[in-house]
Design a protein around this ligand. Structure first.
Ligand SMILES: Nc1ncnc2c1ncn2[C@@H]1O[C@H](COP(=O)(O)OP(=O)(O)O)[C@@H](O)[C@H]1O
Ligand SMILES: [Mg+2]
Length: 266
């Protein structure tokens, strides 16, 4: 589904600020895998997602999505393959538009050119979807999104992503700005949607308990390298304590481990 081959990326090459993030990164993610990604600050997690989405280009190496070489395709040409949610709840929705108009935009994208209109039946469908989120949004369809809470906006962003049906979803600490209760709810919805629709998923999180509890495979990154890559039974056997220990073994960046949220024992 995703294949990264020999990715090299240096920011500000040739200047005193030059910073090499990746020096030949390889990664393969299979169809339907749900990969959680943890790592110290500046490890390259967001840069990894940026390279996949086409927000930035690699200096060398190749990016394949669905078997297609997308290395040189700009972000808008990859958009039909990639759904992305950021930490900032304001980023995924249009604040000055109503809830139902936001959903309509996403649904149009999902129907890929087929004509759909915001009629009574479509509104009813949206209302049902919103009710399932259990965030009180089904009664706010005519409200501007700017009036919603962060948790509601992030749940709406998730639903919009589902309606637009990208095969691949990239989540970048998408619950980090929410209070614990809303973070848990949005994580629950994420798990349900990924399970129901089988999206191939990369989820960056600073919450080690979430990284263990969710997904089928876990990657730990450190200074542009993947230092741990576990799935299956081995992932199921991971503990927060174990991950903290792995972090400390990384030496120079051990203190970063303390910046990660332990998120409670699992
Ligand atoms: N657009 C950019 N310009 C310059 N440096 C960047 C840019 N994006 C990321 N970096 C640098 O690359 C490194 C990795 O960043 P990032 O991928 O955001 O880390 P993470 O998401 O793991 O915390 C950091 O040192 C960061 O400062
Ligand atoms: Mg980041």
């Amino acid at each position: 589904m995703i294949r990264l081959e020999g990715i090299v990326k240096t920011f500000h090459p040739g200047s005193p600020d030059a910073h090499t993030v990746f020096q030949g990164l390889n990664l393969e993610v299979g169809e339907g895998e749900f990969v959680t990604v943890i790592g110290s600050n500046g490890a390259g997690k967001s840069t990894l997602l940026n390279l996949i989405s086409g927000k930035i280009f690699a200096d060398a190496g190749r990016v394949f999505i669905n078997g297609r070489d997308m290395t040189k395709l700009p972000e808008y040409r990859r958009a039909q393959y990639v759904g992305r949610i950021f930490q900032d709840p304001l980023a995924g929705t249009a604040a000055t538009m109503t809830v139902e108009d936001n959903l309509m935009i996403a649904a149009k994208k999902g129907f890929r050119g087929l004509r759909i209109s915001l009629n009574k039946k479509q509104r009813e469908t949206f209302r049902n979807h919103l009710a399932h989120l259990d965030m009180g949004l089904e009664d706010r369809m005519k409200d501007n999104v700017g009036l919603l809470s962060g948790g509601q906006r992030q749940a709406l962003t998730l639903l919009m992503m589902v309606l637009s049906r990208p095969p691949l979803i990239l989540l970048d600490e998408h619950t980090a700005a929410l209070d614990p209760r809303n973070a848990e709810r949005v994580m629950d919805l994420t798990r349900i949607f990924v399970g129901d629709y089988g999206f191939t998923t990369l989820m960056v999180t600073h919450n080690m308990a979430h990284a263990i509890r969710y997904g089928s495979r876990l990657l730990m990154m450190d200074r542009g390298r993947i230092v741990l890559d576990v799935g299956g039974e081995e992932k199921a056997g991971l503990t927060v304590e174990g991950l903290v220990k792995r972090f400390s073994e990384l030496g120079a960046t051990a203190s970063d481990a303390l910046l990660l949220t332990r998120g409670g024992e699992v």
